[in-house]
Design a protein around this ligand. Sequence first.
Ligand code: FAD
Length: 287
Amino acid sequence: MKLKELFNEKKTVFSFEIFPPKRNDPVDTVFKTLDALKDLEPDFISVTYGAGGSLKDHITAAIASAIKNHYGLEAAAHLTCVNSTREDVDEALRQLYVLGVENILALRGDPVEGQEPCKDFLHASDMVQYIKASGMDFGISGACYPEGHPASASLDEDIANLKIKVDAGVEHLVSQLFFDNEIFYRFLDKTQAAGINVPIEAGIMPVINKKQIERMVSLCGASLPAKFTRMMSRYGEDKEAMRDAGIAYAIDQIVDLAAHGVDGIHLYTMNNPLVARRITEGVRTLL
Ligand code: FAD
C-alpha cells in the first residue's frame, strides 16, 4: 500500500523508524528489534539508509522487504542520492521493485567528509523527479525541517525549496525531530501558506540519555525549550530516571500533537523496543 492511502484512511498515522544493524553488529539484531515491535502494529515502519549512501549493500531494501513480506506491516525504504550516479539509483529502484517495497523516503543525504559528492543529483527533488520519470510506481516521501534545514539561509527559503520537492512528486513528508511543538505548528502554518498540501508527519525522538541529545542537537540544531533543559539537568546523570523522563516528554508532545489534529507521528525508535512500547501504550487510544 502507498503511504498516501494510509493518510486518507486514518485520523492520525503512527509510524516507526528503525536503522539497519551497525557495521559490526550481527544482521539478526534488527530482526530481534522487529520481533519486539511487530505487535505494536505501527501503520508503517521506515528503514534508514547508511550515511553517505552505501549502495553496494542492499541491507535497507532487504529489511524493508522483510517488514512488508515477513512481518506483514507496511514499509518505506530511505534512499539517499548525494553519492549516487543515475545508474546507482536505477539499481536501487530495481532492487526495491523486485523485493516488493512500494514506498521510498527520497533524501539527498549529507556529503561525507573527504568524499567528493557525485553530481548526478544535487537535491532530493532531483531524485524525486528521476523516480517519477522511471515509470516505476513508487509512493514517494520526503524530509522536512520545522526549524529550517541547517544549510538554508532562512526557514522561508527552505520552505520554498520544499515546495519544489513536493511539486516534483513527494506525496508525504516526515519532519526532523523537534522538542517544541509550537515550532512545528508555526511550520505547518507556513507550509500551508506556501501551498504545500501533502500530509506532514511530526518526527518525535524520545531522548533517553544525555549523550544522545548532545549528538543529535549538534547534528540538527533543534531548539531546546526550558522544560526540556530542566529535565536534562535534573535527570541527565541518572540512567533510569532519564529514560522515564524522556519517555514522559515524548508522550506529552504526542498528546498535544494529536489534540492539535496533526496528520501523523513518526517515532524515531532508535531500535529500542522497550521505549517504543511504553510510548505506544501511552498514546494508542488517542490515535
Ligand atoms: P534536500 O531536500 O535536497 O534539501 C537539502 C538542502 O538543499 C536544504 O537546505 C534545501 O533548502 C536545499 N534545497 C533543496 N532543493 C533545492 C533546490 N531545488 N534549489 C536550491 N536549494 C535546494 N540521512 C541519511 O543519510 N540516511 C537516512 O536514512 C536519512 N533519513 C532521514 C529521515 C528524515 C525524516 C530526515 C528529516 C532526515 C534524514 N536524513 C537521512 C538526513 C538528510 O539526508 C539530511 O538532512 C540532508 O542534509 C538533507 O536531505 P534532504 O533530503 O532533506 O535534502
